[in-house]
Design a protein around this ligand. Structure first.
Ligand SMILES: Nc1ncnc2c1ncn2[C@@H]1O[C@H](COP(=O)(O)OP(=O)(O)OP(=O)(O)O)[C@@H](O)[C@H]1O
Length: 241
């Protein structure tokens, strides 16, 4: 579904992501792991088109996302839940969700309503708070809005950048259950997550990024069996320096 070749990306002071190759099949769930500053968020931003300084090829079902502006990438079926949620605090839950309907422009009101119904069924808490200002929601509820907004565009690939960061265990469990439902429904997902006890059971495969390069690609179950991943990061960093 996603075929990434020789992807490089950065911010004008030398490449951060350096020649990444990945192949992700339809329905796979992928963990993107690596130490702080390895380039995981940069890689997701390059895929979703929010970072334009990039080169290489990103094919999604054969179409090159590198040639599309961001809204067309969303229209093609790839959506991102960015790190830090990026909510519009003075807007209601419903209006924030509506921002995710760009892909549905020109479609009937009932199609848009179906997406609202879908998201509200996944996150009943958002249905209860649909008129509440997003800035007054708890961190967990805001993360639900961020995920819901991405789902409003009916994505076929969902990129999630540390969606559990700073959340209490109870709400982490609640959001995990929803992501499990999406995974079991066949949605292709890429999850950036520091906590391995969350990332590895959720995913089928993992890529470890070190200094902007893929240092390891392995089945998540087999990676989970390694006794000390911090040491592995250290060893991989040494071999890749
Ligand atoms: N907007 C930006 N402008 C300039 N440099 C940036 C920007 N965003 C990230 N970087 C730099 O790019 C490098 C990779 O950062 P990135 O956030 O992609 O890493 P990461 O693996 O996601 O790390 P973390 O787990 O800490 O979020 C870092 O050196 C960072 O300082």
């Amino acid at each position: 579904m996603l075929d990434i070749s020789d992807l490089c990306a950065g911010y004008g002071h030398g490449p951060v992501v350096q020649g990444v190759n990945m192949k992700i099949a339809r329905g796979e769930t992928i963990a993107l792991l690596g130490p702080n500053g390895a380039g995981k968020s940069t890689l997701l931003a390059a895929l979703s088109g929010t970072l334009r300084e990039r080169s290489g090829q990103v094919l999604m079902d054969g179409a090159d996302l590198m040639k599309m502006p961001t809204h067309e990438i969303v229209g093609h079926g790839l959506a991102q839940v960015p790190e830090g949620r990026r909510m519009f605090a003075p807007m209601s839950v419903e209006d924030n969700l509506r921002l995710g309907t760009v892909r549905l422009a020109g479609r009937s009101a009932s199609t848009v309503q179906e997406r609202f119904d879908y998201v509200y069924k996944l996150f009943p808490r958002l249905a209860e708070r649909r008129t509440q200002l997003t800035g007054t929601l708890s961190g967990g509820e805001q993360q639900m809005v961020a995920i819901g907004r991405a789902l409003m565009s009916s994505p076929r690939v969902l990129l999630l950048d540390e969606p559990f960061l700073g959340l209490a265990p109870k709400v982490v469990d609640e959001i995990r259950r929803t992501l499990n439902t999406l995974r079991d429904g066949g949605l292709t997902m890429v999850l950036v997550e520091q906590k391995l006890d969350i990332a590895l059971p959720f995913t089928s495969r993992a890529y470890v990024l070190i200094k902007g390069r893929v240092a390891l690609s392995e089945a998540s179950a087999s990676l989970a069996g390694r006794p000390d991943l911090a040491q592995l990061y250290f060893d991989l960093a040494k071999t890749n320096s």
